[in-house]
Design a binder for this molecule. Structure first.
Ligand SMILES: C[S@@+](CC[C@H](N)C(=O)[O-])C[C@H]1O[C@@H](n2cnc3c(N)ncnc32)[C@H](O)[C@@H]1O
Ligand SMILES: [Zn+2]
Length: 191
């Protein structure tokens, strides 16, 4: 089989060398409308137990897609060069597709918040996104920040959306348990 990138990027985008963030980026060539598909990643699905066997270069081409599953590009390409930003212009649609969160203008770097995809510490680094709201350190726990749940609602990977739903349900349960406790006390006083 011939050697070709295993992922798709919109023809409205192009690869670019940059300073910092590993040196490569995907940038906008022609305007992209809100909701438009920009990237679809492909590759080999690798179980968490095999992550340790990947080379550092392969790890750079990896995105977490499920609790214990990671997608590794078989062939390095521009779609793999989407960097992280704490103020992203793109978000996930499902596990392996990226869409524009707003209209993208030529020259802009395509970026998403890795908190939308990552739920484990396989790709942690000091952030150089330069956004006012930059978190500084990017970790596998960032998805659990409640301020991001509302901001990225509908743009988290489905397995993370499930984790968030479980946390929200637990919070609601705790609240109603507390309320129930108050109710019981009030009733106790009445009788
Ligand atoms: C999928 S690669 C992105 C492509 C990468 N720029 C390259 O040249 O190979 C992910 C890696 O890029 C780097 N990176 C991405 N976003 C970054 C950011 N905001 N600040 C610093 N490094 C970043 C980190 O090393 C991260 O592990
Ligand atoms: Zn940042």
């Amino acid at each position: 089989m011939s050697s070709h990138a295993t992922s798709y990027h919109s023809p409205k985008l192009q690869a670019r060398q940059i300073n910092g963030k590993g040196g490569r980026a995907l940038v906008v060539r022609e305007p992209v409308e809100v909701g438009e598909l920009v990237v679809v990643w492909g590759g080999e699905a690798v179980h968490a137990s095999r992550l340790g066997t990947l080379s550092p270069a392969e790890r750079l081409l990896t995105i977490q897609v499920e609790e214990d599953l990671y997608l590794v590009s078989a062939e390095d390409g521009p779609a793999d060069w989407v960097n992280h930003s704490c103020n992203p212009n793109c978000g996930l649609r499902g596990q392996i597709a990226l869409v524009a969160l707003r209209r993208l203008e030529p020259g802009e770097e395509v970026c998403f918040d890795y908190a939308m995809s990552d739920g484990s510490p396989y790709d942690q680094f000091t952030c150089g996104c330069g956004a006012a709201e930059c978190r500084g350190q990017i970790t596998g726990e960032d998805w659990s920040r409640p301020e991001l749940w509302k901001r990225y609602r509908g743009y988290f990977s489905p397995y993370l959306q499930q984790r968030i739903a479980a946390k929200l349900a637990a919070r609601r349960g705790l609240r109603s348990h507390r309320n129930g406790g108050r109710e019981a006390t009030r009733q106790g006083r009445r009788t």
